[in-house]
Design a protein around this ligand. Structure first.
Ligand code: SAM
Length: 214
């Protein structure tokens, strides 16, 4: 996608969001065809973002080479619906979970659980996962305080010495390397040949890798 196309999707994305704020347009905005257009537009917009390109072009390919058996992808949306298929096609079981029942169709139909991530340990055995992708959830539903329970759960369902990716946005939540509930259980370090932290010019998105300690 070139820069101009990305700017066009961004403009349409911002315009459709603005429509939400105009009371007279409420009926139009809630129409199923308008909703479906918005979802498609959101996917196109998100795909042009530098952090999303990094996830698609660096993180996922690096993980696919690691010989994993199973991974957990937390938080689903229309623009992530292809990710479980990518892992499954490479022989990696990709479990998905989200607290919202309405996004369940965008998860892996064979391995999706609707629940609060803090309660996820009830659904799989301990030490089940070779990696966890926790992108866009801290600061978008899960607070730094909540990481006390969530950190415990992730530690429980991951095998020792496996990697947790936390993707987050500056300004929405405390920096995860300063959240003791995380650093008590996980060490911030590079993973899969990728740097421990990756941020982007002109973007608030940050990726941080953590290794599960024993
Ligand atoms: C911004 S989206 C991120 C989606 C995706 N992980 C990505 O890579 O973009 C955040 C998602 O996290 C989910 N979420 C928020 N709090 C959660 C919780 N406590 N347990 C499970 N999912 C949660 C939301 O329902 C939402 O679908």
């Amino acid at each position: 996608m070139n820069q101009w196309t990305h700017q066009l999707w961004k403009l349409i994305y911002k315009l459709t969001n603005f429509m939400d704020r105009i009371p007279g347009l409420k009926q139009l905005v809630s129409r199923p065809d308008v909703q479906s257009f918005r979802k498609r537009n959101l996917t196109r917009y998100v795909y042009g973002l530098p952090d999303r390109r990094y996830l698609e072009e660096q993180i996922i390919p690096a993980m696919l080479k690691a010989g994993h058996e199973r991974i957990l992808f937390v938080g689903c949306d229309t623009y992530t619906a292809h990710i479980p298929n990518q892992f499954e096609a490479a022989g990696v079981e990709c479990y998905t979970t989200d607290i919202l029942p309405e996004v369940a169709p965008t998860g892996n139909p064979d391995r999706h659980v609707v629940c609060d991530i803090a309660d996820y340990a009830q659904h799989v055995p301990a030490n089940h996962f070779d990696a966890v992708l926790f992108n866009g959830v801290l600061g978008h539903g899960v607070t730094a305080e909540r990481m006390e329970q969530v950190g415990q759960t992730l530690h429980q369902v991951m095998r020792p010495n496996t990697y947790l990716l936390i993707g987050w946005n500056k300004g929405t939540v405390e920096d995860p390397i300063a959240i003791q509930h995380i650093t008590d259980r996980f060490t911030h370090e590079e993973a899969y040949g990728l740097s421990a932290r990756k941020d982007f010019p002109k973007s608030s998105h940050v990726y941080d890798w953590f290794r599960r300690r024993d």
